[in-house]
Design a protein around this ligand. Sequence first.
Ligand code: ATP
Ligand code: MG
Length: 561
Amino acid sequence: MEEEVKSLNFIEHIIEEDLSQGYSQEELRFRFPPEPNGYLHIGHASSICLNFGLGLKYNAPVNLRFDDTNPAKEEKEYVEAIKRDVEWLGYRWDSERYASDYFQQLYDWAVELIKMGKAYVDSQTSEEIAEQKGTPTEPGEESPYRSRSVEENLRLFEGMKNGEFEEGAHVLRAKIDMKSSNMLMRDPIMYRVLHKAHHRTNTDWCIYPMYDWTHGESDYIEQVSHSLCTLEFLPHRELYDWFLDQLVSEKKLRPKQREFARRNLSHTVVSKRKLLQLVESGVVSGWDDPRMPTISGLRRRGYTPESIRNFADTIGIAKRDNVVDVSLLEFHVREHLNKIAPRVMGVLNPLKVVITNYEEGKEEWLDAENNPEDDSAGNRKVPFSRELYIEQEDFREEANRKFFRLKLGGEVRLKNGYIIKAESCTKDEDGNVTEVQCTYDPKSKSGSGTEESLRKVKGTLHWVSIPHAIEAEVRLYDRLFTDATPDGYKDKDFMEFVNPASLNKVTGYLEPSLKNAKIGDRFQFQRLGYFNVDLDSTDEKMVFNRTVTLRDTWAKIEQKN
Ligand code: ATP
Ligand code: MG
């Protein structure tokens, strides 16, 4: 058998190159560095799969590092959610770290920089500093405080740390080059005063380090060999390197920042800030609303970790930002659930069928296969009786020959059961069919081996026995946004594209075996899609989510528009 050889992605090429030029495999170390200011989304899954995937591939440790330098936006709840999601995706970190663990070390290094004349306290307002920044084509202006003495800088910086100043009174800036063609090198801010309690360090600090000063130094402390981030950090690399240049000792490994493209998903937004807006405005019920592109939303919706990992693997990593169609994500969950989800029957839009030649009060428990894709899944029993539900859409009084479902005078097979024939129907005042009277062929029972049981009829319908059915709330979802790139317009806010019909709650009538289903359990409702038990389920009332339909109906709808 031929083994599938996967070609290396460009990050793996960089690593292979480094290995061939003196790095040893033991030196490799990676990290996934979320800011705990929201829940992880499907974009993060790409970064998680990349970093942890490299860890597995090179047998190298991967740290989970919380980039927690902004107490105004960060919370413990988010830390817990992030840990849960990474674990659920199937990855184990080597060590759980926090940038806040390094606040003292970072402060000490900042003092070193001041002593070297490479950092200074600026006492201008943020507006003044912004005005002096210049433009990409015009150089910036030097701050009047740039030439402060080392002593004064040390005294002021210590004062900042000790809480002697109001927010905004001073900042610490690196003294680099106000004429640099890279705007980020124009004396970037390293520290600002923030009188806010931090979720871990509480009120120990009232100055907080900025991202650029924190990230590379944290990588250095943890001896991360390859610090992989998204493309918007490409211009930051020069600054990342400049800070390291001031600190790195020859005996230690020098981390490398390398960039890959952000992954965006169509018909949604992948930005914690925007997702928070959806939560706070009440458009969704929370971060784990099954319509959300968050890992927790996808989990609640019924996605499997495997399907998300396979999706991330398939799209791989890229050097240019792009939008991946959500139907590819749906393809992967469909593919996985097809293999693992037991088949059951339920009716969402019921039409009553009475089998007039079936004895009243009689019931039979028919054999039904749980999963034709999985021999080990076994069988179950489904009850059959005189009164059944089928879907409204599966019956028409009259229809042409291409309609393989039930019509007057026509026959269909009831899945796992008998062949029935529609004899007549009853209608209400408005002409809607309210009941169909059928006869059944008692010898046609599926699997009974009789000649009649092998008789082929064109259509097979799913159904439930009315007296045995359990009623449940079934939540059907559509895209959360009506546009493929809701945040892709300059003149329009993404909130304008929220789909008002993204959630449809219906009552479903389900076969009684589902009574034992537990929260999270996944099923294929035959002909309707994949569903799971939502965490809103109680003993009194079960709630199901439709994870995904059996086929991609959306592509067709969009083509018509
Ligand atoms: P957001 O804008 O949603 O807050 P972020 O990049 O600020 O995203 P972080 O918590 O800082 O979020 O991200 C942790 C890691 O995940 C970073 O390395 C970041 O580059 C990566 N990441 C975030 N979003 C995506 C995405 N859409 N595709 C790929 N990687 C991503
Ligand atoms: Mg961020």
